[in-house]
Design a protein around this ligand. Structure first.
Ligand SMILES: NC(=O)c1ccc[n+]([C@@H]2O[C@H](COP(=O)([O-])OP(=O)(O)OC[C@H]3O[C@@H](n4cnc5c(N)ncnc54)[C@H](OP(=O)(O)O)[C@@H]3O)[C@@H](O)[C@H]2O)c1
Length: 265
């Protein structure tokens, strides 16, 4: 049976590359922020459906989930891939720091709202990052890193949250995995004042892998079940080293309840 895959961050970079590799034998439901880019990718790969939502606005995520749930009875894979490194601190209209909201809270909400469409075999694939190990200093009392903000710290903490979300889903009996796609030449750091942007926007980007290579890693986790639920992978096939905090089940639960509190659930 053709599997239905909901893929966010599908309008560019790793997500668009993965979509092109999956389209032939999956029912693809593509989600992006920029309407023109998202529709162009959907048309190019032959997606089953295309939706647009800005994760900086949680009501758009709620509407997105309602429209997907209305159209599809079952979801086989939810790939939470949208994300990026931003400037700030920027507090959204929902009262949450932008980096945390786009990279973690919005995908957390989308996952919760789509859960009624999951089967016992549904997989949630979270695009995390090596930044969780390199830049995080996660504190529950500053969940969205709005107080001790630096772009890299906020990003590292949000990508650690992706791994803790994976652990929380696994603890609730939902198959889930988090992974680092490699250091990929995309535009994910084009909207930040972080020094990291130089790696992505100058000749230094020659050291990066292509979106196609990053997309093939995402494709692996969507297509295959040859991974261990609840794990973080540093590449396809290999569980990786990350922040020690990712192994703390109490912290995963604190993030879970803190996220629900921020969402008023
Ligand atoms: N590139 C790397 O080296 C690297 C390394 C580790 C992890 N990652 C992770 O990989 C994932 C994909 O990033 P990428 O490298 O492919 O970057 P990218 O080319 O910039 O793609 C980012 C995707 O996220 C979407 N997005 C950004 N802000 C959004 C928002 N407010 N609401 C909804 N969607 C939003 C973008 O939508 P639009 O284009 O429509 O605006 C785009 O589809 C991210 O989670 C990133 O953190 C990347």
């Amino acid at each position: 049976m053709t599997r239905t895959v909901v893929l966010t961050g599908a309008s560019d970079g790793i997500g668009a590359a993965a979509a092109a590799r999956l389209a032939a034998d999956h029912r693809l439901v593509l989600v992006g922020r920029n309407p023109d880019k998202t529709h162009a990718v959907a048309e190019r790969v032959g997606a089953d459906a295309v939706f647009v939502a800005d994760f900086a606005v949680l009501d758009q995520v709620r509407e997105l989930a309602a429209r997907i749930a209305e159209r599809y009875d079952r979801i086989d894979v939810l790939a939470n891939n949208a994300g990026g490194l931003f400037s700030g601190p920027t507090i959204t209209g929902d009262g949450v720091e932008l980096t945390f909201q786009v990279n973690h809270l919005a995908p957390f909400l989308l996952t919760e709202l789509l859960r009624p469409r999951f089967t016992p075999d549904t997989a949630v694939v979270n695009t995390s990052s090596i930044a969780a190990r390199l830049f995080s200093s996660f504190r529950v009392e500053d969940l969205d890193t709005s107080r001790r903000y630096r772009p890299e710290r906020a990003y590292g903490n949000a990508k650690l949250a992706n791994i803790l979300h994976t652990k929380g889903l696994h603890a609730r009996g939902i198959r889930s995995v988090a992974f680092h796609p490699g250091n990929v030449a995309t535009s994910f750091a084009s909207d930040t004042t972080s020094p990291l942007r130089w790696v992505y926007t100058t000749v230094l980007n020659r050291s990066l892998i292509t979106p196609e290579a990053g997309g093939s890693t995402l494709e692996f986790f969507i297509r295959s079940d040859a991974w261990t639920s609840g794990e973080y992978y540093g590449s396809a096939h290999k569980p990786g080293r990350t922040s020690r905090k990712a192994a703390d089940p109490a912290l995963a639960e604190q993030l879970w309840t803190g996220s629900e509190r921020l969402l008023g659930r």
